[in-house]
Design a protein around this ligand. Structure first.
Ligand code: HEC
Length: 223
């Protein structure tokens, strides 16, 4: 009988405690979060942190398409004050600026229905993609045919988010810059879902200045 009690207690300790500490407590903490006001004198910024949330419709497309399988949206805090390793983390692939971006915290995901943190970093971290993103048309080109930008890319092509159609007179202003097999009668245009996805990618700016921290900690290009 005492064996049985030990067994049950063991079960509670092995499953119950991790559940409590890894799921229940963080969920409660997250639900209690509120946005924080900036102090104009101290922070030099007005309004509330985080100032904007992500594009919700586009986030649903991002989740449905499984982008989260290869991309993270989370820059981890540094451990043991080893600050150097994350230089350039989550910034542009090619330019790799040396300014560090700050690590993310719970409030950065405030107002998002889901937080697609991701687990695998096969592709670059997208937490701050909105700051470094190229023009809209280039993002569409990348989603339609990634290898036209990087011939080494192993990012899948998301052609089903676009449609090829016969041109109605001159090329549409939103036509994706890809060849339609030399046939100039056709053009490729984004669907509403592709547009929402790009709006979402452009809204990813998760290193807004945290109230009470030095201005230098925030992303380049901002105060
Ligand atoms: C199989 C893994 C994989 C999947 C799934 C995937 N990507 Fe990627 N992605 C990559 C890789 C690898 C790169 C880097 C190479 C490149 O730029 O083409 C990349 C690059 C990117 C970039 C450019 C990042 C930068 O820093 O310039 C964006 C934006 C992006 N992906 C968005 C998406 C979106 C949106 C989806 C879902 C519709 C998606 N990815 C799905 C692997 C993936």
């Amino acid at each position: 009988m005492s064996n049985f009690r030990t067994f049950i207690l063991g079960l509670i300790a092995s499953f119950g405690l991790p559940w409590l500490f890894l799921i229940v407590i963080p969920v409660i903490k997250y639900q209690e979060l509120t946005s924080l006001p900036y102090d104009k004198d101290r922070d030099g910024v007005e309004g509330y942190y985080p100032p904007a949330t992500v594009h919700g419709q586009g986030q649903l497309v991002y989740i449905r398409e499984g982008c989260v399988q290869c991309h993270t949206q989370m820059i981890r805090p540094t451990q043991l004050a080893l600050d150097g390793w994350r230089k350039g983390w989550g910034q542009d692939q090619e330019a790799r600026p040396s300014t560090p971006v700050r690590s993310n915290n719970l409030r950065d995901y405030f107002g998002e229905k889901y937080a697609p943190l991701g687990m695998v970093r096969s592709g670059p971290d997208l937490a701050n993609y909105g700051w470094r993103a190229p023009e809209r048309s280039v993002i569409h080109q990348m989603l339609y045919a990634p290898r036209t930008l990087h011939d080494w890319s192993n990012m899948p092509a998301y052609r089903h988010l676009y449609k090829q159609r016969e041109r109605q007179g001159p090329e549409s202003s939103n036509a994706v810059k890809v060849s339609t097999k030399g046939d100039s009668r056709y053009e490729v245009v984004p669907t509403a879902e592709a547009e929402a996805l790009v709006d979402y990618l452009l809204s990813l700016k998760k290193d807004y200045l945290v109230p009470g921290t030095a201005v230098a900690d925030s992303a380049p290009g901002k105060k």
